[in-house]
Design a protein around this ligand. Structure first.
Ligand SMILES: Cc1ncc(COP(=O)(O)O)c(C=O)c1O
Length: 463
């Protein structure tokens, strides 16, 4: 077999040398990013103008005045105003390997040399096939029956594809069951499943959704009874009409509320008995607990019919069992994802098949302990400053001060100005959530961020 021309290009000494030079240049410049830096006053006017123009163009302000400069180093990122900040939200869970990751530089170079910018349904490269196979391997090694994997470019599209295969699987069904306060995306259909009225103001009802309460850790037994009763009521009211239940095993946008095995199995048993498809939306949870899939963390591998993943994978996917295989024509799209996203997904999924990220003492759980121990220490020193911590693995939350939306906003803004990027989650009480870049974050980063958090909370408590 002769080498493909693309393989010859990949191993061309000029390419290899260019790779090394680029890696070296990145390393050299990254080494200047060593901690928080305030904005450069000389850039302030131009930066404010850029933010204002962009906000106007997109018909809505940015949550933070954040425009990246294009370089970062681990959990540090440089902004176009010259400031350097700790990124403890990772684009809401996307930049799991942090900023300026050398492995992702290499996968990006491979992608740039791989002929096209975007790969699509009609024409994709062999690396798209490898990524689908990597995801299925991970899913199967958990003992699940997931056999198919359809790739796409956003979480919302992965969830739309999930809805399609589940409705097609149960002809005549028209309803979905979901958790109260869950988040599922923002398309016309998903905005109905997402239980947040503000996200569907002015939209017509496109999908009938019945909600049940999520797990209440303060009353585990009562919580099971309450949710199963609510579920039974919906199932009895609309017999045979529910195609699926959308299950976030840890409510993400809802505030990092965590369920448990007993609670979930009680619900899943009910769903199975009524032929309602079990759909785990793992777009935020994938890769962030003690196992690659959160359904493994909760020991639920035998249950899912459909699982969606996204965010840290860079591209998104809908995995499903053989029974849910769609008829030809149901799933298709111009874009699978960008070549660089597909190449990066390959790197990230390879990392996930190694043991050091997972398990009770894997990096996810170690980082969790490092952060939560410090949050607990803050709350012991100043009980009025925070409640919590909450969450699991690399999904960590706290309720600051009175837990009002206004206070959370104020704390987040001050944190941002002091060099830490986090984000809100939930409502009544509102929380601050963190999605740290686990494989690259250091104990020193965590110490500094928690120190900044404590001083910010103290400052915000005073006014
Ligand atoms: C659980 C969950 N589902 C779906 C989505 C939608 O993903 P995307 O924003 O990529 O469309 C998100 C995004 O935050 C999510 O957290």
């Amino acid at each position: 077999m002769t080498a493909l021309i693309s393989e010859q290009l990949a191993t061309d000494p000029r390419v290899l040398q260019a790779r090394e030079l680029l890696a070296m240049a990145l390393r050299d410049h990254q080494s200047k990013l060593i901690g928080v830096k305030v904005p450069d006053p000389g850039r302030a006017i131009e930066y404010a103008k850029l933010i204002a123009e962009f906000s106007c163009a997109r018909a809505g302000g940015l949550y933070f005045p954040y425009l990246g400069s294009g370089i970062g180093h681990g959990s540090l990122v440089e902004l176009a105003d010259g400031s350097v900040k700790y990124d403890f939200i990772s684009g809401i869970g996307v930049h799991f390997l942090g900023h300026g990751n050398p492995q992702l530089l290499q996968s990006g170079i491979s992608a740039a040399l791989s002929d096209t910018v975007m790969q699509g349904n009609l024409q994709q490269n062999s690396d798209a096939a490898s990524v689908a196979s990597q995801l299925l391997q991970l899913a199967r090694s958990s003992g699940s029956k997931l056999e198919h994997c359809f790739l796409t470019s956003s979480g919302a599209m992965a969830n739309e594809n999930a809805l399609k295969v589940m409705f097609q699987h149960k002809p005549g069904s028209s309803r979905i069951i979901a958790f109260e306060h869950g988040f599922c995306g923002r398309t016309m259909a998903l905005a109905q499943i997402t239980d947040k009225p503000q996200y569907r103001v002015g939209l017509p009802t496109t999908l009938a959704v019945d909600y049940v309460p999520f797990f209440d850790a303060s009353d585990p037994k009562g919580s099971i009874t309450k949710t199963v009763n609510a579920l039974r009521k919906h199932l009895a009211r609309y017999p045979g009409q529910h195609a699926a239940m959308c299950i976030e095993l840890i409510l993400g946008e809802g505030g990092y509320w965590v369920g448990d095995h007993e609670f979930f199995t009680a619900i899943l048993t009910e769903l199975k008995a009524n032929s309602v498809a079990i759909w785990f939306d793992e777009i935020q949870t994938f890769g962030r607990t003690s196992r690659p899939f959160a359904f493994e963390h909760f020991d639920l591998a035998a249950w899912p019919d459909v699982v969606t993943v996204g965010k840290l994978t860079q591209l998104c996917a809908t995995l499903f069992t053989a029974a849910f295989k769609p008829q030809p024509g149901l799933l298709s799209q111009t874009f699978t994802a960008s070549a660089s996203a597909i190449a990066a997904a390959g790197v990230i999924l390879t990392m996930m098949s190694r043991p050091d990220l997972f398990g009770p003492d894997g990096q996810n759980m170690r980082v969790h302990r490092m952060i939560t121990q410090r949050l607990k220490a803050i709350s012991e020193r100043h009980p009025q400053l925070l409640h919590g911590p909450f969450g699991i693995g690399a999904m960590i939350a706290l309720t600051p001060l009175d837990g009002s939306e206004a206070k959370v906003k104020q704390v987040l803004k001050h944190l941002f100005d002091r060099g830490v990027i986090a984000f809100y989650a939930g409502n009544k009480p509102a929380r601050i959530r963190m999605l740290p870049p686990v494989p690259v974050v250091t104990e020193n980063d965590i110490e500094t961020v928690c120190h900044i958090l404590e001083s910010t909370l103290l400052a915000c408590a005073g006014n």
